[in-house]
Design a protein around this ligand. Structure first.
Ligand SMILES: [Zn+2]
Ligand SMILES: [Zn+2]
Length: 466
């Protein structure tokens, strides 16, 4: 299979460092607020990668960190302490609440939990060890309680974003006095007295910079080189560039073989930003449109293309995924008396092949979905033509469930049919049997007004919610 590798700018054949095993790390949330729909896209993207690699038969070791220290805003304030203050909570209680919310949100989007979700604050000692190693290897220096990474010592600095270091220096927004080069970044901060998040270190009481946690925890849990490191595109610089410098500087090993980055989500053609006031939380979206609609919306475009969230685009995603769900229900419920149709079996095999070929090509989800929809219309046609057996439909159902191990959008409850509605459906069936099609049509319209669609199949009426 091929993966687009940010560091080379090319699709490359994916060869894991150990046959059959994949070691994958994805930058997780900074737990200072609810997961927004942009984070949800990133986590869903890598959930697809995780699920698909497992579907292919790999044993995947998947680590996603939880940042609960050191991730500062542009003006140097700690995001987590700010959040706790806003909520009027103790920092630790606040962090625990945010982590609980984060896991709930993953679940609400059918995102599998990573195998390990290490918290930065549980790994301060290991980070201190990494920093000591960097100083020892000549990549870092101390100055007035700060420890800086010296980017002039790391000769490939800029290799991920493929920019020269002088350009990158100007992009760096953090300014703390007394560093040797504008582009040097902080590994360790001194903490003010009133800081609740601080630890003892060889350089005084303080806390680690944000980037060091990922280098340290990914190396600890997965070993190097990582097969896949992922994250949103906004993390390429400085976060991932710095992760490489730190990990390679400290271990003198290659950090990661394949870098994957997901594109952004726009809200009504605009970038999502607190200042614009258009931030949508994952849980609000799920509440409003339903899990399968939101998840389908997030996965159905290629992960390297921007998507635009509008009322229309998400409703259209909901209609599309409902078609799939309805198809699966129908295939399960119908009990056709036709002969076994070999062409359906061939179509299933062809679909499975196309699904895998497309996913193998840098996770080309739009093409994979197109293959599935082709199967759906093919089978629907055979059902209408009564050219299908129960065994055929069982095989179709199995294939759909197999695809859904990767997609994870078909799980649903059908829900109870209100008695009023089932009575109307029976009444309409009676009209049809008597040949009173005018009355039957009238009832169909009445049902539609109440939100139920009745479809006549060779085996009698089926209903679905509109
Ligand atoms: Zn990270
Ligand atoms: Zn169902």
């Amino acid at each position: 299979m091929k993966i687009y590798n940010t560091i080379t700018g090319k699709k490359e054949e994916f060869i894991p460092r150990e046959k059959g095993n994949v070691y994958m790390y994805v930058c997780g949330p900074t737990v200072y607020g609810l997961m927004h729909i942009g984070n949800a896209r990133t986590f869903t993207t890598f959930d697809i990668v995780y699920r698909y690699l497992k579907w292919k038969g790999f044993k995947v070791n998947y680590v996603q960190n939880i940042t609960d220290v050191g991730h500062l805003t542009d003006v140097g304030e700690d995001r987590i302490m700010n959040g706790a203050k806003l909520m009027g909570m103790k920092v630790n209680d606040f962090v625990n609440l945010m982590i609980k919310d984060y896991f709930e949100d993953l679940k609400s989007l059918n995102i599998l939990r990573p195998d390990v979700s290490p918290r930065a604050s549980d790994h301060i000692q290991e980070m201190i060890e990494t920093i000591k190693k960097l100083i020892e290897n000549g990549y870092a220096y101390e100055s007035k309680g700060y420890v800086y990474f010296d980017i002039s010592k790391f000769k490939n600095y800029g290799k991920l974003s493929r920019q020269n270091p002088e350009y990158l220096e100007k992009q760096r927004r953090e300014t703390h006095g007394d560093k040797k080069h504008e582009g040097d970044f902080v590994l360790w901060f001194p903490a003010p007295d009133d800081y609740p998040l601080k630890w003892n270190s060889p350089w005084g009481t303080g806390f680690p910079g944000w980037h060091i946690e990922c280098s340290t925890m990914s190396s600890k849990y997965l070993g190097l080189p990582l097969d896949i490191h992922g994250g949103g595109k906004d993390l390429i610089f400085p976060h991932h560039e710095d992760e490489i410098a730190q990990a390679e500087g400290a271990t003198e090993k290659k950090f990661c073989n394949y870098w994957m980055h997901g594109e952004f989500i726009l809200i009504n053609e605009e970038k999502m930003a607190k200042s614009v006031g258009n931030v949508i939380s994952a849980r609000d979206a799920v509440k409003k449109y339903g899990r399968n609609a939101v998840r389908y919306f997030l996965i159905s475009s290629h992960y390297r293309t921007e998507i635009n969230l509008t009322e229309e685009s998400i409703i259209s995603a909901r209609n599309t995924v409902n078609k799939l769900i309805d198809f699966v229900d129908k295939v399960k419920e119908l009990n056709p008396k036709g002969e076994y149709n070999n062409s359906i079996k061939d179509k299933i095999n062809e679909t499975r092949k196309k699904f895998e070929e497309s996913m193998d090509d840098d996770f080309n989800m739009p093409l994979s979905l197109a293959a599935i929809f082709d199967l759906v219309s093919n089978v629907n046609k055979s059902i209408d033509e009564k050219n299908v057996s129960k065994e055929n439909l069982e095989e179709v159902y199995e294939a759909m469930m197999d695809f859904d191990k990767v997609l994870a959008v078909l799980e649903h409850k059908k829900g109870e049919l209100p008695k009023e509605i089932s009575d109307l459906i029976m009444k309409r069936e009676g009209c049809r049997k008597r040949g009173d099609f005018e009355a039957a049509d009238k009832i169909r319209r009445e049902l539609a007004e109440k939100g139920f669609l009745v479809e006549d199949t060779p085996e009698g009426p089926r209903w679905k919610k509109i």
